[in-house]
Design a protein around this ligand. Sequence first.
Ligand code: G3H
Ligand code: ZN
Length: 285
Amino acid sequence: MPLLSSKVILEKAQKEGYGVGAFNFNNLEFLQAIIEAAKELKAPVILQVSEGGIKYMGLSFLEGIAREVLPEVDVPLALHLDHGSSFDVIVSAIRVGFTSVMIDASKKPFDENVRITREVVKVAHAVGVSVEAELGKIMGTEEHISVAESEAVFTDPDEAVRFVELTEVDSLAVAIGTAHGIYKGEPKLDFDRLSDIRKKVEVPLVLHGASGLPLEDVRKAISLGICKINIDTDLRVAFREKLEEVLIAKRGEIDPRKFLGPAKEAVRSVVMEKIKAFGSERRAW
Ligand code: G3H
Ligand code: ZN
């Protein structure tokens, strides 16, 4: 089926009360692992690529994936730019076939974030691409984005209402206590803030930094209005651990399929576990 925008995928999830996994990939193994898990569980998923991922894989490789590979897959998929930082990157992603983009101007002051996001929305909506933006500052490091604990700011519910009205974004990433990367302490989510935002804001809400969270916390967040759950670190950890295990067990093995294959399988099982926990199994249409 043709690639969909995240808006189409997330609005259905919002209506029916389940979460959709948004999984990052940087190479063939991760891409295949995510697609295979989605097909096996008949689940809609969002495949996402960061700016670093675009640099690593190249735009023409991603264009081939967007135009040739993904439309052959028979579950609902979107190809999403994760944490886009500039208008140029957004436009180049849209030009090669991304169906969804995130503009992350969350480090800028409110008015500047609104202005930049609005510009992106105008261009993206003109070609049917959906837009996610972020309000508040999510702790931790995700590729080129780094926010120290002291700089983290939770999303203000009233600002969120104004932000969505002024920008007309399709989904909103909220800062409610999650962090990018590996958690140092026990994560504590501000569920009251989340439900307050949900009561005031109609667009689907996005949870970044969802790796390492107890699955009950994610399920509770979904019940309070989160529709898109971003997972990167958990996949990286599973890949790395399995790869290391196999390389140690098979010293001298030089066929990459013999060690990348099991690592890919490890990623696939984590994706499947997340899809089941988010409630998106058998939600494909
Ligand atoms: O944008 C991507 C994510 O928010 C992933 O966060 O690496 O903590 O899973 P994570
Ligand atoms: Zn993120």
